[in-house]
Design a protein around this ligand. Sequence first.
Ligand SMILES: C[S@@+](CC[C@H](N)C(=O)[O-])C[C@H]1O[C@@H](n2cnc3c(N)ncnc32)[C@H](O)[C@@H]1O
Length: 255
Amino acid sequence: MSESVERFYDDLAAEYHHVYADWESGIERQASVLDQLIQCESSAGKSVVLDCSCGIGTQAIGLAQRGYKVFASDLSPKAVARAEAEAAKRELNVRFAVADVRELECAFDQKFDVVISCDNSLPHLLTDEDLTLALRNIRRVLTDKGLFVASIRDYDRLLAEKPSFVAMNPGGTHEEEVIVFQIWDWSKESDTYLLRLFIMSRAASDWRVKEIKTRYRAIRRNELTAALESAGFAKVAWHKPEQSGYFQPIVTARA
Ligand SMILES: C[S@@+](CC[C@H](N)C(=O)[O-])C[C@H]1O[C@@H](n2cnc3c(N)ncnc32)[C@H](O)[C@@H]1O
């Protein structure tokens, strides 16, 4: 089975909302925190935002609903197609593109006040070189002193615990007869793990199991801070979930 990131999210696009107990509430909850953070950190008001790892649109849709002018891109063509359909269903005007964040500069011919990359997307970049390349591209599509906002899992804690089983909202998804969980196989050579995602759904009297996998780098906050600074970002600041109300640590930085 392939570890390709693009394939993983293409295979997941139709079912991605099952990762949430309630995707609609997740859209609203996340947008509320991001909106507050952007208003606090940026002087541009309801600014022009690019979500450079939009997936099926969780944050892009929520910010568009709150009056931002939103552009959104992702590596996975099927995730982008679903995000486009979800935005159209809600009569939202979001401009979508398929783009690798490492080549973002080639995908857009304009600059953005804010670029976001939420829910642990950057840790798909497994090497320092790829991470720096992505961050440099993000910086190049930002306006002067534009704001970058990203969220990642709390790998400082997770590296101490190295969990092998992660349930994904089993209570919420059970009602729809879909159960989602993850198994993490940690590498002995590096701070990476192979994430095996299992989607169990009831088909008549049987349960069908789909397994897809991808690799993540468990990146510590000081490593991401160093990468941001080496890509030219300034004023790197971390916002803990207890302060921000977001479900993951958020980092903000200035171009
Ligand atoms: C965990 S998902 C989060 C998606 C979305 N932000 C959300 O919260 O629903 C991670 C996303 O990062 C995207 N991604 C991973 N590597 C990427 C890359 N090199 N360029 C652009 N997108 C990438 C994946 O395709 C996936 O949609």
